[in-house]
Write a protein that binds this ligand. Structure first.
Ligand SMILES: Nc1ccc(Br)nc1
Length: 444
């Protein structure tokens, strides 16, 4: 309510009446969003630093785009959840805009904008906040951060192999092994082959994929009903469902014939993955379709072998997206890796790092007259790249030692009058407790 006063400095201010000037704001973030106070922010920065370092290992360049995009970038009539839950609105200029629900269309837009000047292959990565507006009934999050890596301009599955391998490296850096997680890999060319066999019109491809992707979320009868409503005959539906249950590439070859595109891609990909030494991370699973309409080829997702969590990451080939957005017809593939499931997995595996604050020095003027001198000591150290917490108010030593513990400082520098007169300061090592008087230039 309006009249809650926020407790501070020990005393509770008088409860204010809820008149306009002193209404208390709601201190919680908007529904479905999160704050990142220091402890959570350290964990997030640790994860993002790993994303960045893996991207650098694979020679990807960082890019970024506005969180706000034209709504048109995401309007796709394939019945995707991502489009149905678009966080869109009309701005004060009457423009239809949206908070981006994903990063790939923005990346594609920037590639198109750069046009033929852009040397290929483009290998870009980004880490960005993505949004959805979901009815609060489910009380789920409305924002998350995603790491995306994309390769534009490479036709062959060597690109998908690189992407999958980059995620394997990320997992290894976090302490996650192939007994914790795996990748399910398939190709949408499997679905394409089946639809062609039953002469289903190409334009239904995206819609069929989105319905099939809901396979493990809604009953089979509902899947059949939605496919029937698209005009897919029962014979084709049975053909689809049968092929999705295959669990090996040889079985797929049996079903589609050895000259099928899907079979070639998957054979090439599994051979490369074997040569990377990653076969124990990857398995073929024809039921993997992913929930984005624009995928056209290989699709993959990272899953936890305990079977308790939602997909950790996912991606695939989207060769038609750039041309659909008005750009030239360029092959493309990429993945998204969210910041939610990975932390559930790390917590469950006891792999969350203990990240506390860390400061090199606390500098304390022993007398308010020495505040300037203390600031000079702090600057000298900061110019040497040392982190310094300069005490800004007249604090007793008892507080300073408590504070040093809280911020995990290594050393305490006392700026006292008699020492300062001799150009010295007192340095106290807070671990070994040893003390010594040093001239400024000897501080390191
Ligand atoms: N696309 C999307 C955006 C935001 C969240 Br939370 N989940 C999915």
């Amino acid at each position: 309510g309006n009249s809650i006063a926020h407790k501070r400095h020990g005393g509770l201010e008088a409860f204010s009446s809820p008149t306009v000037e002193n209404v208390a704001i709601d201190v919680n973030p908007p529904r479905g969003t999160r704050d990142f106070p220091p402890e959570e922010m350290r964990l997030r920065s640790w994860l993002f630093q790993n994303f960045r370092e893996v991207s650098a290992l694979f020679a990807f360049e960082e890019v970024d785009f506005p969180v706000l995009e034209s709504e048109a970038l995401f309007i796709r009539k394939a019945g995707e959840e991502i489009s149905e839950q678009l966080y869109n609105f009309e701005d004060k200029g009457g423009r239809r805009v949206a908070l981006r629900p994903e990063l790939t269309p923005s990346l594609a837009r920037l590639v198109i904008q750069k046009g033929k000047a852009l040397p290929l292959p483009v290998k870009w990565f980004t880490i960005g906040q993505c949004w959805r507006y979901e009815r609060t009934t489910r009380g789920r999050r409305r924002e998350h951060y995603q790491w995306n890596m994309d390769i534009i301009g490479v036709q062959g599955v060597a690109a998908e192999a690189e992407l999958i391998f980059s995620i394997v490296i990320l997992f290894k850096r976090l302490g996650i092994t192939s007994s914790d997680v795996g990748f399910k890999v398939s190709s949408r060319k499997v679905l394409q082959a089946v639809l062609q066999r039953y002469s289903i019109p190409e334009k239904l491809f995206g819609k069929v994929c989105i319905i099939i992707d809901k396979m493990d979320k809604i009953p089979k009868e509902e899947i059949e009903k939605e496919l029937t409503m698209l005009g897919i005959p029962m014979e084709a539906i049975n053909g689809l469902l049968q092929i999705l249950s295959l669990k090996s590439v040889p079985e797929l070859e049996e079903a589609l014939g050895s000259d099928a595109d899907a079979v070639d891609d998957l054979k090439d990909l599994f051979l490369l993955i074997e040569q990377y030494g990653c076969s124990n991370w990857i398995q073929f699973d024809a039921s993997i379709v992913r929930g984005l309409a624009y995928y056209t080829g290989v699709v993959f997702e990272g899953f936890d072998r305990g079977g308790k969590l939602r997909a950790i990451c996912g991606g695939g080939r989207y060769d038609q997206l750039l041309s659909k957005l008005g750009g030239e017809d360029l092959p493309a593939c990429g993945f998204g890796f969210g910041d939610a499931v990975i932390f559930e997995l790390l917590k469950e595996r006891g792999l969350l790092p203990e990240l506390g604050p860390k400061v090199d020095y606390i500098v304390l003027p022993l007398d308010p007259q020495l505040q300037g001198a203390a600031a000079m000591v702090a600057s000298t150290l900061r110019e040497k790249g040392r982190s310094v917490d300069l005490v800004l108010e007249n604090k007793r030593l008892k507080w300073v030692f408590k504070h040093a513990e809280r911020i995990n400082a290594s050393k305490l520098i006392l700026v006292g009058d008699s020492e300062w007169q001799r150009g010295m300061v007192r340095v106290k090592n807070l671990c070994s407790r040893e003390e010594s008087d040093l001239p400024l230039h000897e501080l390191e």
